[in-house]
Design a protein around this ligand. Sequence first.
Ligand SMILES: NC(=O)c1ccc[n+]([C@@H]2O[C@H](COP(=O)([O-])OP(=O)(O)OC[C@H]3O[C@@H](n4cnc5c(N)ncnc54)[C@H](OP(=O)(O)O)[C@@H]3O)[C@@H](O)[C@H]2O)c1
Length: 228
Amino acid sequence: MNPSQKSALIVGASRGLGLGLVETFLGRGWRVTATQRTPSPDLGRLDSEALRVETADIDDDAGVAALHDRLASERFDLIFVVAGVATQAHDPLHAVPRDVAAQVYLTNAVSPIRFAEAFRDRLAPGGSLALMSSILGSVSLNETGGWETYRASKAALNTLARSFEIRHRAENLSVLILHPGWVRTEMGGTEADLDVATSVTGLADVIAAALGRPGAHYLDYRGETLPW
Ligand SMILES: NC(=O)c1ccc[n+]([C@@H]2O[C@H](COP(=O)([O-])OP(=O)(O)OC[C@H]3O[C@@H](n4cnc5c(N)ncnc54)[C@H](OP(=O)(O)O)[C@@H]3O)[C@@H](O)[C@H]2O)c1
């Protein structure tokens, strides 16, 4: 193993942006541990000695704890929780069953922060913890409405990420809260502005530039700071 080789844990990498980030970091010479919930054919097709594939559902605390144990000897320069859902995102809040709205909040806001809490001891010195948010999580930029449960879940993620960073301020944690742009994935749809490659290349550049920067930073894939 090359001791100067950087190492990333990408959580939620079966497809879409997570998969694209795995390919990008491998292409940049990083070692990558990628997680899936169920066997991902796309991840399985990646042929690299620098790739380790693990299985975990971020909503499953026991499964996350078991992953933490399996990765006991690892230290990551980047831990990036990418996983997210947009269930019934087009319906207004009152039209979404309570349990569905609650699950969007749990997966998009609660589980990423619980994951960060559990895995912060697996960060290498000078590393960063990244969380996939969205520009829709910005309260001040909400001029158009829509995507109500999803928007609220990402705003909650942003708030919880700031509280997480403040709770651990003595550790000088670097917390990157990232917006990938509007991207053509299963979630983003075919009408979206960007292809996956453009988004993940930008995100990887932004991460490289901000790696280890203490504090909580809300940035888009071009490195622009977004207003809360
Ligand atoms: N695409 C966009 O325009 C856009 C814009 C802003 C933000 N984002 C955010 O970017 C992230 C990735 O989105 P995407 O566009 O790549 O969406 P996607 O293609 O729908 O992929 C979602 C990923 O999250 C995983 N996932 C969902 N729930 C999970 C759980 N409980 N545990 C572990 N993994 C879970 C999925 O795994 P399975 O394959 O097992 O379902 C899949 O790998 C999300 O957080 C999303 O909110 C996307």
